[in-house]
Ligand binder design. Structure first.
Ligand code: CA
Ligand code: CA
Ligand code: CA
Length: 428
């Protein structure tokens, strides 16, 4: 028992949207070795603050290391030290410890494991915000967030929600004739209605929305893009306690997004198998898809999706950007999938603070948190520079990425998201 650390258990919740199909046994055995060494923790995470707050009016921004990492943050995890536990309580199998009953534990039974931040491992947003606010002729952008629902009543999100201007709310009539009745902020494809927020199960989508475009200067957290130009269309195609959804729901949501004017689409989920129709719908879309690379095998150990594909992350179409999860020490999180060809870029995804339902905030970890970073940046760049195509946006995000030694051979660009470099790319 207690094979997983609290960290991995937490990640598993966030990874819930990644389908639970069993992986090839090669992973299970590799992962087991790793798990038997590093496993087992009852762990408490402590994190920050200790950062200089980059958005003083948003008091929780001091915890948002992804936006400004001055190296003063560290994470401490308490793990059980197996060797300190009397053999009476431990059963050894052929792969090491395979069972343990828990004796009364004292402080000596734990090791503290620290992950130390490296200054400058952030998305370099501050100057990008300045450039954006000084830019004239910005264009509006609609981001389709196909995910769980979004708590659009959250005070950090009310101003960035997409509104279907051609639809009259609550009159029971499909005023714009798009086939969906009273679809004001998006649609719930699971239940076939306009209720995009259904409660606690919508934490995953609400968190992504905050990273993309939470409001600035009004308390809480801050998001990447300016919600007065960048609007989030909430398309609920995943839900329930497991955060699952069908390919049919997602396909219908992609078609809705495109038909109703979205240019950029965030897909923070995946599956080992998808129908051919899903692949062709993505391939033939005019939208730019930003997708999460996935959170590893059943032990949450990341693997190479060039060799063992996960969809949509392993799709190598020009209109797909696959994103790996970078931690604040400049390395991929252990749980992050990678792929020197299929994964394009890394972005912060470990201990990311953002919005959750009920005007609350929480840290979450996973590639599901990394993709919205790139989505926010793509929307900001596309809005600021109307001369760019969506293909240009992808090319610039890749070319301008901050190259890191640890990412070489892990992601195609060998780099992490750098928003200021992207905003300045090709300019004086
Ligand atoms: Ca309608
Ligand atoms: Ca209506
Ligand atoms: Ca805010």
């Amino acid at each position: 028992m207690m094979r997983k650390s609290a960290k991995t258990a937490f990640t598993a919740v966030l990874a819930a949207a990644v389908a639970a199909a069993p992986f090839h046994t090669v992973f299970a055995s590799e992962a087991f070795c790793k798990a038997s060494k590093a496993s087992a923790a009852f762990a408490l995470h402590s994190i920050g603050p200790g950062l200089n707050n980059l958005s003083l009016e948003d008091e929780n921004a001091e915890f948002q290391w992804a936006f400004q990492n001055d190296g003063n943050l560290n994470e401490t995890e308490r793990r059980i030290n197996f060797e300190s536990i009397d053999d009476l309580y431990v059963h050894y199998g052929k792969n090491g410890i395979d069972a343990i009953s828990i004796p009364p534990l004292g402080p000596n039974n734990f090791n503290a494991v620290s992950t130390v931040a490296v200054a400058g491992i952030d998305i370099n947003i501050r100057e990008a915000w300045d450039i954006y606010s000084q830019t004239e002729n910005k264009r509006p952008v609609t981001v389709a967030l196909i995910d769980t629902g979004v708590d659009f009543t959250h005070k950090d999100l009310t101003s960035c929600m997409w509104v279907n201007a051609d639809e009259i709310p609550d009159d029971g009539i499909d005023n714009d004739g798009n086939g969906y009745i009273d679809d004001v902020n998006g649609w719930n494809f699971l239940e076939g209605n306009n209720q995009i927020y259904t409660g606690r199960e919508d934490v995953h989508g609400t968190h992504a929305a905050g990273t993309i475009a939470a409001s600035k200067g009004d308390g809480g957290v801050v998001g990447i893009a300016d919600g007065s130009y960048v609007k989030i269309m909430s398309l609920k195609a995943l839900g329930g306690s497991e955060g699952m959804g069908s390919a049919d729901s997602v396909i219908e949501a992609i078609r809705y997004a495109e038909a109703n004017g979205a240019q950029i689409c965030n897909l923070s989920f995946g599956s080992r198998e998808v129908p051919e129709e899903f692949i062709s719908v993505v391939r033939d879309s005019h939208m730019l898809f930003i997708v999460s690379a996935g959170n590893g095998d059943k032990y949450e150990i990341g693997f190479d999706i060039d060799k063992y594909p996960v969809y949509p992350a392993s799709l190598t179409f020009d209109n797909v950007i696959s994103v790996a999860n970078l931690s604040f020490n400049g390395k991929l999180d252990d749980s992050s999938n990678y792929g020197p060809y299929n994964v394009d870029i890394a972005a912060p995804g470990s201990l990311i603070l953002s919005t959750i339902p009920g005007n609350s905030y929480a840290f979450m970890t996973g590639t599901s948190m990394s993709a919205p970073m790139v989505t926010g940046a793509a929307a900001m760049l596309y809005s600021a520079r109307p001369e760019l195509s969506l293909q240009d946006v992808k090319n610039i995000l890749m070319a301008s990425s901050h190259k890191l030694a640890f990412l070489k051979g892990k992601v195609l660009s060998s780099g992490m998201l750098d928003v200021t470099a992207a905003m300045k790319w090709g300019k004086q």
